[in-house]
Design a protein around this ligand. Structure first.
Ligand SMILES: NC(=O)c1ccc[n+]([C@@H]2O[C@H](COP(=O)([O-])OP(=O)(O)OC[C@H]3O[C@@H](n4cnc5c(N)ncnc54)[C@H](O)[C@@H]3O)[C@@H](O)[C@H]2O)c1
Length: 367
């Protein structure tokens, strides 16, 4: 659902700082150290602020279920198991992705600032959420980055030409920092729509765009229930054979290259855990001999934005701009959270031991 649609709806909203405090309280109740709870809240609320509700606070019930399964591990940290100078291999050990990815990026940023480039292979992290968050961390340090990610052992997407789920929604992300301007941030799932967006549509009783799903017999459908009720169907890869090819390279670069694992018959997950592996290549642009790089990038963006608008379009966006627009709107108006998602989050809060009165106090903030 876009924010324009939310604007006309009765979906209740909550201020970002209040939602952040609720998320922190849930994870501290579950046993996270305060810094871990803060990093998780930073990430989830930022995903909602940027309009990616699929990767926001609606993930909390799944994380709580993973914790109950003995999968998600609290209070672990990124562990550099091999340091080869410009290449770091980092073990996540199913620690909170919001912590181990943050720490892996910190290590990669420091190394790229020292020697110009660093490839970080993070393996076996619990869900690392919205990948743009990690690219923005690099961009804040003035660094370019590309990120290839797999969702290991959790196939939801059919291969191009296939009729059942074989691949994760494997996101690709790239960011380009610009001094004095926001970074360009390209960040997308290689499925036609992100899985979490089918959950949001399912919770809201809405259809997904045509071409995004097939049912269990491989027949196209717009009904998100095929992803949430048996017999399960599949997401389609975006862009036909090209999206499938990019998803495959995300799988290999992240899951195989750095010692993690790829999706196949021997690795299929049976729990609520979501395991991500990520290859991040982080580059200091100052290491190139390119005094005109920023001017060239700016000239290109201005050039494409000057294109005459197609019928029905009111704006040409640069990568990352839609998220900035949504962030500004939600910082001012609050974050919309639909009733079904809120109920699921409150149930998760109770499951980790939060008292019902406290849950009710937080719930009163959603208006
Ligand atoms: N951790 C995981 O396992 C995992 C798996 C899949 C996806 N994800 C995350 O899910 C999120 C959502 O992915 P998605 O595929 O739904 O994203 P999406 O389809 O909304 O595409 C987002 C990208 O397209 C750009 N964009 C959007 N509208 C545009 C427009 N009109 N003009 C120009 N550019 C535009 C955005 O700036 C952004 O870079 C991402 O943040 C991704 O990292 C995570």
């Amino acid at each position: 659902m876009t924010d324009k649609e939310f604007a006309g709806s009765t979906t209740p909203r909550i201020a970002a700082d209040q939602l952040h405090a609720f998320v922190r309280a849930i994870w501290e109740q579950a046993g996270s150290a305060p810094r871990e709870a803060e990093l998780v809240a930073d990430h989830l609320v930022a995903a909602n602020l940027t309009g990616h509700d699929s990767h926001g606070v609606g993930m909390i019930p799944r994380y709580v279920a993973s914790l109950a399964d003995g999968q998600l591990q609290l209070n672990l940290h990124a562990d550099v198991v091999k340091d080869a100078g410009a290449v770091l291999t980092v073990e996540g050990r199913k620690g909170f992705g919001q912590v181990v990815a943050f720490e892996a990026m910190e290590q990669g940023i420091a190394r790229a600032q020292r020697i110009g480039i660093c490839a970080v292979g993070l393996r076996d992290a619990h869900h690392i959420g919205r990948i743009g968050h990690w690219a923005e961390q690099c961009a804040r340090a003035g660094l370019v980055s590309f990120h290839f990610v797999n969702v290991a052992g959790d196939p939801l997407v059919a291969p191009f030409g296939g009729a059942d789920r074989r691949i994760g929604t494997n996101p690709f992300c790239a960011a380009y920092p610009r001094p004095g301007k926001p970074p360009l941030v390209l960040d997308f799932a290689t499925s036609t729509v992100a899985y979490g967006k089918t959950r949001v549509a399912y919770n809201q009783g809405k259809q997904v765009p045509p071409g995004a799903l097939i049912d269990h017999e491989g027949v196209p459908t717009a009904d998100p229930k095929v992803m949430h009720e048996e017999p399960f169907g599949s997401l389609t890869p975006f862009g036909g054979h090209k999206g499938f090819g990019l998803a495959a390279m995300c799988e290999i670069f992240s899951g195989a290259l750095a010692g993690g694992f790829t999706t196949h018959a021997d690795t299929l997950g049976t729990t609520n855990a979501i395991i991500n592996c990520m290859l991040s290549v982080i580059i200091d642009p100052a290491a190139f001999d390119a005094p005109d790089a920023q001017a060239e990038a700016d000239a290109f963006i201005a050039w494409v934005k000057a294109s005459p608008l197609a019928a029905g379009v009111d704006h040409i966006y640069e990568p990352g701009e839609p998220e900035r627009v949504t962030r500004a709107e939600r910082e001012a108006q609050g974050i919309p959270v639909d009733a079904a998602t809120w109920t699921q989050i409150c149930t998760a809060a109770l499951a980790v031991g939060m008292h019902a009165d406290e849950v009710a106090r937080w719930s009163a903030l959603l208006k």
